[in-house]
Design a protein around this ligand. Sequence first.
Ligand code: NCD
Length: 340
Amino acid sequence: MADMAERVVQSPVNHFTVRAIDGQFAGKDFISVDQLGPDDVTRLFEVARNMESIVARRETSDLLAKIGVAILFYEPSTRTFGSFSAAAHWLGASRTLEVQGMSAYSSALKGETLPDTIRSIEQITAYDLIVLRHPEDNSGYEAAHYAKVPVVSGGAGTLEHPTQAMLDLYTIQHKLGRVSGLRVGMLGDLKNGRTVKSLGRALTMMDPGAQFYFIGPEELKMPETEVHGFEQRGARVVQTPDLQSVLPELDVLYVTRIQKERFPDTQEGQALYDSLKGRYIVTPEVMKEAKPDMIVMHPLPRVDEISPEFDADRRAVYFDQMGMGLYIRMALLALLTGKD
Ligand code: NCD
């Protein structure tokens, strides 16, 4: 008897696909939030809670005792790289290869393609899982296509950052006690930012009736294809350049950095960046209009879009938010290697 056809998720760039999780994490890649269903998120959060207690006890576990993990980053990172590395070590991974400067120091500089690098790393290490951050939108799908072991995206181009979306969702659940029925504002560079797209997909998957307010300058608007995708799933989307007009409505304000490095490296590109930077700054004064029980999130790093004076406000949860990344990434490493 033929098996029920397995659901796959296709790259928005080419024909490469990854298998959906749909109840079975072990042995799969994690490239897109679209691979998950609500039950997968529930399972992930359950495992993440167990991971919190491992860290709270300050005792490393031996769940990944026989596992090797390669962490390859082609773009700068503090939190994602650091927490994947820490996650592997907290779980007792016996072997790790951690390279933060792939663009500067690997054979990429000599012109090697991503598929060749991935196949090489896999062969020379014989490790069980690869975590990859790369500036190209298709990089996660491409690496997953060529690797025989699971590939986890630590951020791909401007489109996907699935592990960030999971830690964001975990933070919302933790702080507000629910991930549905929320009015979520996303502010800043919605065109180039990948976290907002993955989070938007994650929220509409958990709650088809999500209400989004996309706030920012015309030049940095959420791409139409993404907006269309959210609306098709049932979300209501309001787009406005005016933060103050929607701020009193919000349960969550998700602030993002203007992604300087993704502007064209030309005089016009840099002039455009200069004209947009500093246009929205979240300050205690601005936040007087917001509800007392809402939360302000940010994937970090911030530049100037949230003033440090706001950090002491109890609605500022961005430092707690990044802490959640450790538990979510520990849970993902355990689940994808089948060691949960
Ligand atoms: C983000 C990223 O890399 O997409 N950072 C992160 O992973 N926490 C956000 C950013 O770079 O602005």
